[in-house]
Design a protein around this ligand. Structure first.
Ligand code: AMP
Length: 315
């Protein structure tokens, strides 16, 4: 990737500064911080889509200065996962980030983040990282160790007032919240709704792996979540609601790795809908992609996410 230090958007009036070294980043942020400007951080692995852009726009609206990190973090990929083929388009990312209002893009090389001799990790223990994607038979707790380690480093390098994450990766958001609370990071974590394609498919950089027929089938994932949510809110036991969701997936030829209902904050197993919000989460291979998605059922607010044009609605 050979990128100009400053990229202008097509109108020429929005510019983003590209920084590759922690020292540069600290320098650039020192004065704004001293002047009391509010700094927002949006961590990404690039190949930007509307989901990322919704986070950047929120940061732009709420903060004086917006930093996007663009780093495909090798330590959160397991052996045999898609690190080598993860989609990348740095130039397009810089243009989109500038248009969405980013002031700085921090895109360090791997050796800037993990220099020779690097030996420290940050791990959230317990069920938060051991279930769903953290189940050792799936991505495993090592995935979340990679996430929390890099997020801790980014929070320390940027020192934001607010950091923005997507509900699309609900477990990641819960784990990051726990880390920030447990380790007293002076930052507010904002988790924003999942942005979806018109047919309900959650936007994801990994959707680029889908062949047209698989792309069409993939819409069954959000439909299945809608089926589970509606059945549960309609009074069916969670097990029956989940079975109805699994049938929706099966009809599209999709066999999930998991489709589970869990307490939205602790990720403890739940047998029936009570007062607390429940997260229904799914991971499923579709063609060459492993896709994840979820829906929040909040009985206290009279249901879950509002139904709009797509089965689960957009933000
Ligand atoms: P990634 O580049 O996949 O690591 O994602 C960077 C951030 O964007 C994470 O906080 C994700 O949860 C968030 N994100 C990814 N997809 C979506 C989406 N469809 N809607 C909202 N946020 C998203």
């Amino acid at each position: 990737m050979d990128l100009d230090l400053v990229t202008r958007n097509p109108t020429g009036d929005a510019a983003v500064s590209v920084l590759r070294a922690k020292a540069q980043l600290r320098n650039a942020l020192e004065r704004p911080r001293r002047e009391g400007l509010r700094i927002g951080l949006v961590p990404t692995m690039g190949f930007l889509h509307e989901g990322h852009l919704s986070l950047l726009r929120a940061a732009r609206a709420e903060c004086d200065l917006v930093v996007m990190s663009l780093f495909v973090n090798p330590t959160q990929f397991g052996p045999g996962e898609d690190l080598d083929r993860y989609p990348r388009d740095g130039e397009r990312d810089l243009r989109l980030a500038a248009e969405a209002g980013a002031d700085f893009v921090y895109t360090p090389p791997v050796e800037e983040v993990y220099p020779e001799g690097f030996a420290t990790t940050v791990a959230v223990g317990g069920p938060l990282t051991e279930v769903l994607d953290g189940d050792p038979a799936r991505r495993g707790p090592g995935h979340f160790r990679g996430v929390t380690t890099v997020v801790a480093k980014l929070l320390n390098s940027v020192g934001p007032d607010v950091a923005y994450f997507g509900q699309k990766d609900a477990q990641q958001a819960a784990v990051v919240r726990r880390m920030v609370g447990d380790l007293d990071f002076p930052v507010r974590i904002e988790v924003l709704p999942t942005v979806r394609e018109p047919d309900g498919l959650a936007m994801s950089s990994r959707n680029a792996y889908l062949e047209p027929a698989d792309r069409e089938r993939a819409a069954a994932i959000s439909r299945a979540l809608g089926v589970v949510r509606d059945a549960a809110l309609g009074g069916r036991p969670l097990a029956a609601a989940l079975a109805a969701g699994a049938a929706e997936l099966a009809a599209a030829g999709i066999e999930p790795e998991y489709l589970e209902a869990r307490d939205a904050e602790t990720l403890a197993a739940v047998e029936q809908l009570g007062e607390r919000p429940v997260l229904v989460a799914v991971a499923a291979p579709v063609g060459a992609a492993r896709l994840i998605d979820n829906v929040l059922i909040d009985p206290a607010s009279g249901g879950g996410e509002a139904a709009a044009t797509s089965p689960l609605g957009n933000d």
